[in-house]
Design a protein around this ligand. Structure first.
Ligand code: DGT
Ligand code: MG
Ligand code: MG
Ligand code: MG
Ligand code: MG
Length: 284
């Protein structure tokens, strides 16, 4: 019965195999979280429980999908970077995106009560769902621009939201008045409003709010990981295998090293060079 007359329909399926030798980024984003966060009374402008739950879900995704080398998230979104030479699911786009989205959603729901201890998920307030997309970048420069773009977005939104909600909650302005007051203002104006009217130094706001969270695979001794992986590349060069596919033994050695690396969270600047220079092994 394997080749039944109905199997003809299989020919209608189409796969998008993501271009090899490119970096894959998969971004998941909460669907309709404007409403969801209202229904569940998220604190404004930032709900620390919610951010930590997002981080937990992303951490679990990284553990369950070892080809993920780095993740960055803020608000209701998370971006996952896969290693350049991954052949997870033969790089089939639908399979990759749907797996990241459903894994992330499952962990988000599973751990909800650990973070929102006094508010259960319920159908009336809606269940959390996420969308997802995959984007390909040809080189490290573009990857860094991508993550800079997300962190700048986090910064701009957070400065705006912090000022807006301070004006409303502490300043007693209506949301409309606060919006009008902030219209056309620059970052320095918002900093000034926070400081001169409310005595708040924006620089002292929690890093998790200002910078978002970056999760990376690394050993406790970052240098050593980098050295070890560099040694592996040198050995490969000596065997003349620079552009040739890695041998099974080389692949296994690298996989073993990756498994040994710890998954760690930072609220670090990922726009400047330091973060990346310290972790050049991420791109090997
Ligand atoms: P989408 O993504 O097109 O389905 O629509 P939304 O509504 O998810 O829009 P998006 O993703 O651009 O914006 C995220 C929303 O979630 C935004 O309205 C702010 C809200 N949000 C995210 N994190 C927090 C938080 O910690 N506290 C509060 N109060 N709101 C948050
Ligand atoms: Mg969106
Ligand atoms: Mg959203
Ligand atoms: Mg969003
Ligand atoms: Mg199946």
């Amino acid at each position: 019965m394997a080749n039944s007359q109905y199997e003809v329909v299989k020919q209608f399926e189409r796969e998008n195999y993501l271009l090899q030798d490119t970096h894959i980024v998969i971004r998941v984003d909460g669907r309709g979280f404007h409403r969801f966060t209202k229904n569940y009374d998220f604190s404004k402008p930032n709900d620390e429980r919610a951010l930590k739950l997002m981080n937990k879900a992303a951490h679990c995704v990284m553990e369950s999908i070892p080809d993920t080398v780095l993740a960055y998230g803020d608000s209701d979104e998370y971006s996952f970077l896969l290693r350049k030479d991954t052949d997870l699911f033969e790089r089939r786009e639908a399979k990759l995106v749907s797996t990241f989205v459903s894994s992330f959603t499952s962990y988000y729901i599973f751990y909800w009560n650990d973070y929102f201890v006094d508010k259960k998920l319920n159908l009336d307030d809606g269940l959390p769902t996420f969308d997802g997309r995959a984007v390909l970048y040809p080189n490290i420069k573009r990857i860094r621009q991508y993550f800079s773009w997300r962190q700048v977005d986090c910064h701009i939104n957070n400065l705006y939201n912090t000022t807006f909600w301070t004006l409303v909650i502490k300043g007693g302005l209506t949301p409309q008045d606060a919006e009008n007051k902030l219209m056309g203002t620059f970052a320095k104006d918002k900093n000034e409003i926070l400081f001169s009217e409310f005595g708040i130094n924006y620089n002292n706001e929690p890093e998790i709010f200002k910078k978002g969270t970056v999760i990376v695979r690394e050993s406790n001794e970052v240098e050593n990981v980098s050295d070890a992986l560099n040694r592996t590349s040198l050995e490969e060069q000596n065997t003349g295998a620079v552009d040739a596919p890695l041998s099974l033994r080389q692949k296994e050695r690298r996989a073993k090293k990756r498994r040994k690396m710890k998954i760690q969270e930072h609220h670090a600047d990922i726009i400047g060079d330091t973060f990346w220079h310290e972790r050049s092994y991420l791109f090997e």
